[in-house]
Every structure is written in C-alpha cells, then in structure tokens.
Write a protein that binds this ligand. Structure first.
Ligand code: 5GP
Length: 307
C-alpha cells in the first residue's frame, strides 16, 4: 500500500494547506514507509520532534529539578522546572506530578515581588506553567542558607532541638559540589579558592538579609513561619558593569515553611522525611499567597502560553 496522503499530490497540498501541513504529510509518509522496513527506524521520534518544537531548543544545562534552554534573545535563558524531587544528593528520587508547575508559580511570585521592591534578580517573566524567562548570569558556586529557626542540618550538627528560635538570623555558605555533598564552607574558603571576592560576599550577604526580611514578612502574613531557606546568586554582566543578583528558584523545594499554628510542614521535608502530601502542601502555600484559587488543582502537562 502506498502512502495514503500521496492521493492528494504534494504540490497541491503545499499550495493549499501551506508548508506546515506538507511537513506533517512528509512525516506521516516517512513513518508509514519506515514501518514497512525491517531496519530499526523510529518514525515516532521524528513525528515527536516535528510536533513538539520545544525539543529543538538548545539545552544549556540540566540539573536535578530544572532544565535551562537558550533564550529568545542574547543574554536570556528559559528556566524549565521539572516534576523531579530529589533529596540526599539525588540518592532519593521521585517524579511528583504537578510539583514543577507549583514551584514555577510560587517562584515567579517571590521573584516578581523581589524585583518590585528593588532586590535585583535574574527573573524577567513567566512564560507558561513550567517555564520562566531569565537573564543569563554567571552562577556563583555557593548555596546561601539563611536560618531563623533551628532545623535540618543545623539541628543535627549542633544538637539544637528543631523549632528553637535562633537568637538572630544566621547565614551559612555551602560549596555547590554534588561529588562532595555540598560541604559547608567559610568566607576564608570562598575567597582563598576564588569562588567569590570579599566585596561579592558582602553583596551576597546584604541580598540574603533583604530576601529573608521580605520572605519572613510575606509568609508571616499568610500564617506561615519561614524556618530557613536556600538561595543562589549570580553575576549579571551589563557591558563592563557587573552586579550580584538572586538567581535559581525560591520555592517550597528550597525553603522550610511551617504552619504558624500547627507547625505542619509545607515544604520539601514532606518528601525528604517520607511524610507524603507534598503537592497538597505546596498547593496550600500557593493558595495562601493568592496564586491559586481554593480547590484549584495544579495544572500540569505541556507548557501553555500565558497571554
Ligand atoms: P539544611 O542544611 O538544614 O539541610 O537545609 C537548609 C535549607 O536550605 C532548607 O530550607 C533546605 O530546603 C535548603 N537546601 C539546602 N540544600 C539544598 C539543595 O541542595 N536544594 C534545595 N532545593 N534546597 C536546599
């Protein structure tokens, strides 16, 4: 049997339906022809590529929870948040449907407000349910953790009971290196090994304090205690000028958020500690921030353009 679309004639089809339909026809023909061969050609891969132009984008980086693609203009990138949840340096891994969508919306909310109050960030705008347009920055290889209440590794390391209010906010630095399990480092290590200079460390600490003040107030207003959070910074170059900006994402994946009355965990500890209910907890954070309406399920699936 020949290719069924051949009945219509290629030239006429192209003229009438345009180039796009002709390409679909060609793809279908190839799929049909290939299916009659014994050679292991995979026509569906070709079709997938044609039907999903996202696959043609140049991937710059893929991490545990995000992918960075080349952006539409020089100096921009597209940050795509995945549903993958990892913990303990990816020894624990699960795909949780809807997590990427919720983190994209919550992170957009936080970064847009930071921009609005004059805290410089890499965020430009959200593109769709899973993706945002960001400025390309040179990521500083440090995780900056700000703590208000004892929890997690601080409690383990120093034997302080989880939930103890700290005498003041504490800033810690961790060297971003999976092979070494992101070890905690001092300013001495950071400057000696050239990951950032003293002026940059001052800028990072000033940003961390401003982000902590903003987030603490934001969450307190919706009945949530900001126990701690992790942020990352990057160097944004504008001509010869460079400034440090907040980068990556800020979401319940990278914060500890406890309900102020019940102390219920509304963050990634639900996954780390096998508590379940992660999507419900993230949805609750989004609902309280006014990002999602009551009972609105997180919409997942393919990207949907925001007008
Ligand atoms: P801890 O050092 O207690 O494990 O984490 C402190 C804070 O930083 C927590 O809010 C935790 O979610 C965040 N954090 C630490 N390391 C990472 C990381 O590698 N990825 C993410 N998403 N968050 C982290």
């Amino acid at each position: 049997m020949g290719c069924f679309l051949g009945l219509f004639g290629l030239g006429r089809l192209s003229r009438i339906r345009g180039l796009a339909f002709a390409r679909l026809r060609s793809a279908l023909c190839q799929a049909q022809i290939a299916s009659q061969r014994t050679a292991p050609v995979r026509p569906m891969d070709f079709l997938k590529l044609w039907l999903n132009p996202m696959n043609r984008r140049r991937r710059i980086y893929e991490g545990k929870a995000k992918v960075l693609y080349e952006g539409p203009e020089p100096g921009t990138l597209i940050q795509h948040l995945k549903d993958d949840a990892t913990a303990f340096n990816a020894k624990k891994h699960e795909v949780i449907d809807g997590k990427g969508v919720l983190n994209n919306r919550i992170s957009e909310f936080v970064f847009q407000h930071l921009n609005d109050i004059g805290v410089p960030t890499h965020f430009i705008r959200r593109l769709n349910m899973r993706e945002q347009l960001i400025r390309e920055v040179e990521i500083i290889p440090l995780e900056v953790v700000v703590r208000n209440v004892a929890a997690g590794s601080l409690s383990q390391r120093l034997g302080i009971e989880e939930g103890t209010q700290l005498p003041r906010s504490i800033i810690e630095f961790y060297y971003k290196n999976d092979a070494l399990n992101d070890p905690m480092v001092s300013e001495e290590h950071i400057t000696a090994f050239g990951w950032a200079n003293p002026q940059e460390i001052d800028d990072i600490m000033a940003l961390a304090i401003r982000v902590n003040d903003f987030l603490s107030g934001l969450f307190l207003g919706v009945g949530i205690r900001l126990v701690d959070f992790k942020m990352e910074c990057g160097r944004l170059w504008e001509g010869d000028m460079m400034r440090i900006v907040v980068a990556d994402e800020i979401s319940p994946d990278s914060c500890r958020l406890w309900d102020i009355k019940s102390n219920d965990k509304l963050d990634k500890d639900r996954f780390r500690r096998d508590m379940g209910g992660l999507v419900e907890a993230y949805s609750e954070v989004a609902r309280r921030l006014g990002i999602m309406q009551d009972n609105e399920p997180p919409r997942s699936g393919g990207p949907k353009l925001v007008q």
